[in-house]
Design a protein around this ligand. Structure first.
Ligand code: FAD
Ligand code: MLT
Ligand code: ZN
Length: 483
């Protein structure tokens, strides 16, 4: 990949423009006219430390008008940009590839309004997900998305990636929950579609293009979103099973017996739990080891009633020998501990140095077969082992069983081309043969740029390119990424 010479090189005049526009010192991090030291590093490298750009300028607008003026100037001057939220994305989409200007939304962090009758929240894109959820919690509501990175990801970034998360099976996708968007196009046009209506069939639903668009057609500056009432009662169970066949049976039973209160059904294989235990030092909830574990959460209106149902479910599946062993959390601390075993997996898999991550939709009956085949392939190639000479630590699978979304992860001691070549395009071919998706919820970013054809037809890619050039004719928005 080469820097495209059509983009201008940053000069001190450009920097002077941004400094004058944004006024405050903290709004511009400048490595062009001065030494920015280490400060630019965190904006240039991604969460996995796998992708690293070389931007010399980070701008942090404080209002939609400022975003508009920044983009118009960049567009007029052919300066390429990368929109950036909390920089927790997992496909290298949120960092520059070369010297693109980083437009970070962190300073746009106001809640604009909330209506506790309709449950509609309107907020700036830079609000941290956990802050939005806590705000809603105080008003007996919940943000209809939750994920392990909630403490640092921003709701604008969530929308731009169409993040799925831990409770999609209950609350559905952002494509359904987002009611309106305010965004800025590269030419500075403010798209004012901050609609607060549940129903609005008046022509094309253009906001959908921004949801999951990964910052390639414009910058989202605010959203309006439908938020459900927070349930009075949450209960969590964690259990071990001896085969993936049994995991599927347990999922069927859970839908049958807990359907209306089920709010999460997550899968973790034994290896992911062992690595979590080793890296975190936290003990695992069950005494014996099991090849698979599931975490079930219920959310309903009556704790005792829900707990009774959950215990009856566990008794039934253990009686039928579907589940080998299990626990139901007795208090909030235990709920957090059980969730920790699931939510803590991504962070702790990075313990050895790096992780190759694949986020896939696969027909549910074949979901785990890929993990076994990948492990066999890397073993045969002599790449997995316990000592430093082997790049690969292990091959593990976990994910959102309720959405047939597998996270195939390969923790490594170092990023290594031989490992990457053994994995890609093997994984994508495997998924494509089964009509799955090579990106269930993380997006394509730069990681999957060469592989979009495994999930989308030529016609669909052509239509995407037409949309891209309609909204961003100069191609300044997040270049070199998937489109
Ligand atoms: P960034 O990483 O900053 O950006 C992501 C992409 O969106 C980039 O392409 C960027 O250019 C673009 N972008 C960001 N903000 C804007 C904006 N305002 N306007 C336009 N474009 C923008 N994902 C899931 O789907 N489910 C999970 O369960 C999940 N769990 C995670 C757990 C951990 C520990 C981590 C690190 C990540 C997880 N993710 C998960 C990945 C997920 O994509 C991100 O956490 C989150 O949605 C990205 O938000 P962000 O603010 O960090 O965006
Ligand atoms: C998760 O489900 O934990 C996230 O999508 C992050 C990951 O895939 O590791
Ligand atoms: Zn996930």
């Amino acid at each position: 990949l080469k820097r495209d010479p059509k983009y201008a090189q940053l000069t001190s005049e450009h920097v002077a423009f941004f400094k004058q526009l944004l006024g405050s010192e903290s709004a511009v991090l400048d490595g062009v006219t001065q030494d920015a030291g280490e400060d630019l590093e965190s904006y240039n490298s991604d969460w996995m430390r796998k992708y690293r750009g070389h931007s010399n300028l980070v701008v942090r607008p404080g209002s939609t008008e400022e975003v508009s003026k920044i983009l118009k100037y960049c567009n007029d001057n052919m300066l390429a940009v990368v929109p950036q939220g909390g920089n927790t994305g997992l496909v290298g989409g949120s960092v520059p590839v070369f010297d693109e200007i980083v437009i970070n939304l962190a300073r746009m962090n106001e809640i604009r309004s909330f209506d506790d009758v309709s449950g509609i929240l309107v907020a700036d894109a830079g609000v941290i997900l956990e802050v939005a959820d806590n705000y809603l919690g105080e008003r007996k509501h919940i943000f209809p998305l939750d994920l392990g990175a909630k403490g640092s990801c921003q709701i604008g970034g969530n929308v731009a990636t169409n993040a799925g998360g831990l409770r999609l099976l209950r609350y559905g996708s952002l494509h359904g929950n987002i009611l309106g968007i305010e965004a800025v196009l590269p030419d500075g046009t403010i798209v004012d579609d901050l609609c607060k209506l549940r129903k609005n069939n008046t022509g094309y639903d253009i906001k959908q293009l921004f949801i999951g668009g990964e910052g390639t057609i414009g910058i989202i500056t605010a959203i309006s979103i439908l938020c459900p009432q927070r349930s009075n009662a949450t209960n969590v169970a964690y259990f071990g099973l001896e085969s993936f066949e049994k995991v599927q049976q347990a999922f069927r039973e859970a839908k049958g017996q807990l359907g209306e209160i089920l709010s999460a059904f997550e899968l973790m294989d034994g290896r992911s739990q062992n690595l979590y235990h080793t890296a975190s030092g936290n003990r695992l909830p069950l005494e014996a080891e099991h090849p698979f574990y599931c975490l079930i959460e219920t959310s309903g209106s009556n704790s005792e009633h829900d707990q009774e149902k959950l215990e009856a479910f566990l008794e039934h599946v253990m009686g039928e020998e579907i589940v080998s062993d299990g626990v139901v959390a007795q208090d909030q601390t235990q709920i957090r501990e059980l969730w920790g075993c699931r939510e803590g997996v991504p962070e702790h898999l990075g313990h050895w140095g790096g992780v190759y991550k694949y986020d896939l939709s696969i027909p549910i009956n074949e979901l785990y077969a890929l993990v076994e085949e990948t492990r066999a392939k890397l073993s045969e190639a002599g790449l997995i082992g316990e000592t430093d000479e082997f790049p690969v630590v292990d091959v593990v699978g976990y994910g959102h069983m309720g959405d047939a979304n597998l996270h195939l992860n390969v923790p490594v001691r170092r990023y290594d081309k031989t490992v990457e070549k053994a994995l890609e395009p093997f994984v994508y071919e495997w998924v494509s043969k089964r009509s799955g998706s090579i990106s269930a919820e993380h997006g394509l970013g730069i990681q999957k740029k060469p592989y979009i054809g495994y999930s989308r037809s030529e016609t669909m890619i052509k239509l995407m390119k037409q949309i891209k050039s309609l909204y961003d004719p100069n191609g300044i928005m997040n270049p070199y990424k998937y489109i």
